[in-house]
Design a protein. Structure first.
Length: 303
């Protein structure tokens, strides 16, 4: 089986196996009977159609057997699901925020992080909060998925059974950059967790411009260390003279506030020489003037 790292994984996997198993038995059984009937009851062998009328035995069987199978599926599904909704007393609580397009986590001491870190073998309750639209908080290795619904307090809880780092994904299409909504949960032995908690950086202290760059996945294409990815690096960009292509003609521009704001709103207007046109979509409807100002302010710090 795939990576599994929480106490719930077994129950979810078991009910999945049972449902897939029953489905397979039917798939193979129905296909075999169908093939057999095609031969056994074709017109040459069986010129007069065979009809069965009024068989109480058959009617009881095809009512009772499917009912029983559906009850079996429900039973295992329910047994896997029930413990997910009753949080043990004394569970550690963390708040998870979903917003277009990132997750962030708030620890009881007010610390904000962009990935989740939890201790091994301890129940953790995650309160799920959406800041804008519907998101779905999904940890495949824990076999857990729960919606983040704006205006509604939702939660999940789990107990991690294996140390390691596991993906957290958004499983509800939430807009343009939904697929960039990734995070992770790291399970640490308790002593290491305590150490982490004492020294974890607090994102509340982060530059709002950097938060916006992360949130809008800008750093996927623009590095902060001077390396060339899909777009030009942000390091040393502000105040630099760039050679750009505007309407097919090369010209020199100064990377100032105006130029950067225009590049965010109309990325294909001035394309820096050596880079491809059409690689970036316009953020004119995503970022407002204030947010763009925060980003420019942050770029100024990347000397
Ligand atoms: Cu989302």
């Amino acid at each position: 089986m795939r990576n599994s790292a929480s106490t719930f994984a077994q129950g979810v996997d078991l009910s999945l196996y049972i449902i897939v198993g029953i489905s397979l038995v039917f798939l193979i059984g129905i296909t075999a009977v169908m093939i057999y009937f095609v031969f056994r009851y074709n017109k040459k062998r069986n010129p007069v159609a065979t009809n069965i009328e009024g068989s109480n035995l058959l009617e009881v069987l095809w009512t009772a057997i499917p009912t029983l199978l559906v009850v079996v599926m429900f039973y295992y599904g329910w047994m896997g699901f029930k413990p997910m909704r009753s949080v043990p007393d004394g569970a550690m609580e963390v708040k998870a925020y979903g917003q277009m397009w990132k997750f962030s986590f708030e620890y009881p001491d007010g610390r904000i992080t962009d990935s989740l870190v939890v201790p091994l073998g301890k129940p953790v309750k995650v309160n799920l909060v959406s800041r804008d639209v519907l998101h779905s908080f999904y940890i495949p290795a824990f076999r857990m998925k729960e919606d983040m619904v704006p205006g509604k307090n939702n939660f999940m809880w789990f107990e991690a059974t294996k140390t390691g780092r596991y993906d957290i994904l958004c499983a509800e299409y939430c807009g343009q950059l939904h697929s960039y909504m990734l995070s992770s949960v790291t399970v640490l032995p308790e002593s290491e967790y305590a150490q982490w908690l004492a020294s974890a950086p607090n994102l509340a202290d982060e530059h709002p411009g950097l938060t916006l760059l992360k949130q809008n996945a800008c750093l996927t294409c623009h590095s902060q260390d001077g390396s060339k990815i899909i777009g030009p690096s942000f390091r040393g960009l502000y105040g630099k003279t760039e050679i750009v292509e505007t309407d097919g003609k090369e010209r020199e521009v100064l990377a100032d506030d105006e130029y950067i704001a225009r590049s965010i709103r109309e990325p294909n207007a001035d394309v820096v020489k050596g880079y491809m046109k059409g690689m970036m979509v316009s953020y004119a409807n995503v970022l407002n003037d204030e947010q763009i100002a925060h980003i420019i302010d942050y770029l100024k710090t990347l000397k």
